[in-house]
Design a protein around this ligand. Structure first.
Ligand code: ATP
Ligand code: MG
Length: 297
């Protein structure tokens, strides 16, 4: 039975598609059977895997519009164990019907969860039926973010949306796997401060070590290959490999769901805090949230 990971952040350009493609490729390289589903009509996952869109090819959006089964849209990539359900760049975002559980139901009913070890969902930044379908289909959410001040607000918006999804009973299983800083350069004070702020607000144990700023990530997209293939010796390849390994640990750790308590005015701290895995600090792993705005039950 596949586990389902949604990559989401309401902010555009926050590294969602780069994370989705490269984490999926890393998990496949570990020997997992991975299905990458591109819910964003920009279609960047196909670009990142070098899959050329064909006219009238089945897509996840064609499925959501009722044109065909979801399974019909699965295409193999050039890498063993890594399959893609591409996006339809011509799909209009308002075109999803009212069934928020349509994607989840199809993953189960069409046997796709049985065929894969991990399903990775890339999402659009827009708040619409596509994003809600993805959040309803997932077990865990991974939130990439660029450590700039505005990105912190995007993460908080997403956290409020996750709370709504859980509290409205749309997907009570959904849990935050963690927050992944991307394009990180810790020599920059603002990067350290935003990491520290999110670590303070959501718990240091939910902050993954980041993906460093590396032009190889953009280059890899341009040539349609995961960065581990395009530039195996690069720092981004090393960081994505490390992140994919940590996802397993964080998956088990994210066992309780978020609940929301009032945001304290001093929720943002300016003191850099180290990023730590649950294993690295068992005391925080037991109580990573403390009295911060999103505490867990
Ligand atoms: N670690 C990195 N180092 C350098 N550039 C990066 C890194 N990660 C992502 N980028 C670049 O940042 C840009 C935005 O990344 P990406 O497309 O993954 O974001 P996104 O959140 O999917 O965007 P959108 O909201 O438009 O879907 C891209 O040009 C990508 O190549
Ligand atoms: Mg994207």
């Amino acid at each position: 039975m596949a586990r389902t990971l949604v990559i989401s952040n309401r902010k555009g350009g926050s590294g969602k598609s780069s994370t989705a493609v490269n984490v999926a490729a890393e998990l496949a390289a570990q020997g997992q059977r991975v299905l990458l589903v591109d819910l964003d009509t920009q279609g960047h996952c196909a670009v990142g895997l070098g899959v050329k869109p064909q006219r009238d090819m089945p897509t996840v959006h064609g499925f959501l519009a009722g044109r065909h089964d979801l399974r019909q849209a699965v295409v193999a990539s050039s890498w063993p164990g890594l399959h893609l359900i591409p996006a339809d760049p011509l799909f209009e975002h308002g075109g999803v019907g009212g069934n928020e559980a349509m994607l989840r139901q199809a993953l189960v009913a069409e046997g796709l969860l049985a065929d894969y070890d991990t399903v990775v969902l890339d999402t659009p930044p827009s708040l619409d039926g596509l994003l809600i379908n993805a959040l309803c289909a997932a077990d865990r959410v991974l939130v990439p973010f660029v450590p700039h001040y505005l990105s912190g607000e995007g993460v908080r918006q997403l956290a409020r949306l996750l709370f709504r999804v859980a509290s409205r009973g749309l997907n009570e299983q959904l849990k935050v796997l963690g927050f992944l800083p991307v394009m990180v350069d810790l020599r920059i004070g603002q990067h350290r401060e935003v990491n520290a702020s999110l670590s303070h607000q959501f718990g240091a144990a939910r902050l993954l070590p980041g993906i460093r700023n590396d032009i190889k990530v953009a280059e890899a997209f341009a040539v349609g290959k995961p960065v581990r293939v395009h530039a195996p010796g690069s720092r981004a390849a090393a960081d994505f490999a490390a992140a994919a390994l940590l996802i397993d640990k964080f998956w088990l750790y994210a066992r309780r769901r978020l609940t929301m308590t009032p945001v304290s005015p001093d929720a943002c701290c300016a003191t850099p805090a180290p990023t730590q895995t649950p294993d690295a600090n068992p005391a925080q792993a037991r109580d990573p949230q403390g009295s911060h705005p999103y505490s867990r039950t």
